[in-house]
Design a protein around this ligand. Structure first.
Ligand code: SF4
Ligand code: SF4
Length: 186
């Protein structure tokens, strides 16, 4: 079963390391020092949203039944058959923003400089090398995890067991990620 990104919401401390790592991964140089100097600046595909005293790293959920793919009039929004990730082909994107309108998660950004749709592509170059997506690798608190559903469930069982035995609080998780990954699992 393929791996996907899970979110353990209560671990997020709003450090925004994921935002920076995402922008660097989508830069020309793929280095922080180089990315800072690039024009136009590289854009992130993840946004850390504040909700009262809490924060949530929001990004595309790569939905099984993706409304952005259905709404796109040019076929720019597609699913990668190998990784199951939804991505936008910038050569086909005409900047009509239909994907932005229909996405229930705000997962697509209308980039005004390029006039192209920007979204999480789940870091295909990194994952092809067997590495975790950049945001996951950069997260210092374990909020973002790149696991198979079985691996994630095993972690949850351990957390629940620790809570029962030691009185630790089990982490809250993003149920939408779990549902989507289970639906999309091979
Ligand atoms: S998986 Fe890659 S593209 Fe998606 S939010 Fe994380 S760093 Fe950005
Ligand atoms: S890197 Fe992790 S802890 Fe920091 S803002 Fe992103 S998700 Fe939250």
């Amino acid at each position: 079963m393929s791996r996907t990104i899970f979110t353990v919401v209560e671990n997020c401390v709003a450090c925004k390391s994921c935002e920076i790592a995402c922008a660097v991964e989508h830069s020309q140089s793929k280095t922080l020092a180089g990315a800072i100097l690039e024009t136009p600046p590289p854009q992130r595909r993840i946004n850390v949203e504040g909700v009262g005293a809490y924060s949530y790293p929001s990004r595309c959920q790569h939905c099984s039944d993706a409304s952005c793919i259905t709404a796109c009039p040019t076929g720019a929004m597609q699913r990668d058959c190998g990784t199951d990730a939804v991505f936008s082909d910038s050569n086909k994107c005409i900047g009509c923003w239909m994907c932005v309108v229909v996405c229930p998660f705000g997962g697509v950004t209308a980039d005004q400089s390029s006039k192209k749709a920007l979204k999480c592509d789940r870091c295909p170059e990194r994952t092809a090398r067997g590495e975790a997506p950049a945001c996951v690798a950069a997260c210092p608190t374990g909020t973002l995890l790149y696991l198979t559903p079985e691996e994630f469930a095993a972690q949850r069982r351990q957390a629940t067991a620790r809570a029962a035995v030691c009185g630790e609080q089990p982490a809250q998780t993003n149920g939408m990620d779990i549902l989507r990954s289970l639906k999309g699992a091979n």
